[in-house]
Unconditional design. Structure first.
Length: 275
């Protein structure tokens, strides 16, 4: 039997696990690491005790050595003998012997719903901090005022200058009266977005530059250089609050609104935040 066969014979990996989770490690290296981890796990447990309650710490070690990332939590899944493991916000499953790792969906037959998707959403809600506008450094945002500045009539947005839905939202917000908008520009759509954000940030009038970009007018780089660290801080801020798409909005109460929703929905959210 070849060394590669020896490394992989005791572990089954399901489609999807290798899409970026190994961070550049080769499959052979990953499989061998997993096999060694599994072997260590099995050797550490006496044969007479292998029917006892599984050692979740040892199971976590198997997963961590395989995927190269820290396990956030491990708990029994709805399937007997299978444990739910959360790594980087993603859900995997490992059997009680530590020899099989599953990357896929657990579906509840009776309701035809994904238990995995539900648990992932629950985890995100539990671990994502509530955005508090009072704690934000609004100097890193572009301020746009539509009408009067009134208490509670504030929206924080994360937007990409190349985002079509952001441009649609920009037009919609004109129909929301007396609104103060703090836009944190991010560059989710690649290097071109970053270049546009740099041009906007270095403009003499950032609000005007952003408004022009939202009308598909190219930004003009100001001759003076400026500090671009705010753009990096905005990326970190988006990651902190798990903002992965644009536009994403937050009301003063921390309510998250994803996507280019209509003016009535935005107005309703604003009114609810001041009750």
């Amino acid at each position: 039997m070849s060394s590669e066969q020896t490394c992989t014979m005791n572990i089954a990996i399901f489609p999807g696990l290798f899409q970026g989770i190994f961070q550049g490690r080769t499959l052979r290296t990953a499989f061998c690491s997993a096999a060694l981890a599994c072997a260590s796990f099995l050797m550490a447990v006496p044969a007479t005790a292998q029917t006892a309650a599984p050692d979740t710490q040892a199971l976590s070690a198997v997963v961590e050595r395989l995927v190269g990332a820290k396990v956030e939590s491990i708990a029994p899944s709805p399937i007997a003998g299978l444990f739910e493991v959360i790594v980087n916000g993603n859900i995997l499953y490992i059997d009680s012997t530590g020899t099989h790792l599953v990357d896929g969906q657990v579906v509840e037959v009776a309701t035809r719903t994904s238990v995995t998707a539900r648990r992932k959403q629950e985890h995100e809600v539990a671990t994502t901090p509530v955005l508090d506008i009072q704690q934000l450094d609004l100097a890193d945002a572009i301020k746009i005022v539509n009408g009067r500045e009134l208490p509670g009539r504030v929206l924080v947005t994360f937007e990409d200058p190349r985002c079509g839905f952001c441009k649609r939202l920009h037009q919609t917000l004109k129909d929301v009266p007396d609104l103060v908008l703090y836009t944190f520009p991010v560059s989710f759509l690649g290097p071109q977005s970053r270049a546009m954000n740099e041009a906007i940030w270095c403009a003499a009038d950032r609000s005007k530059a952003w408004n022009e970009v939202m009308k598909d007018m190219p930004p003009l780089m100001d001759s003076a250089k400026c500090d671009l660290q705010a753009l990096d801080r905005n990326t970190a801020l988006a990651n902190k609050y798990r903002v992965s798409g644009t536009p994403t909005m937050f009301t003063p109460s921390g309510l998250r609104i994803a996507g280019a929703v209509g003016a009535p929905a935005i107005e309703q959210a604003l009114q609810a935040s001041v009750r």
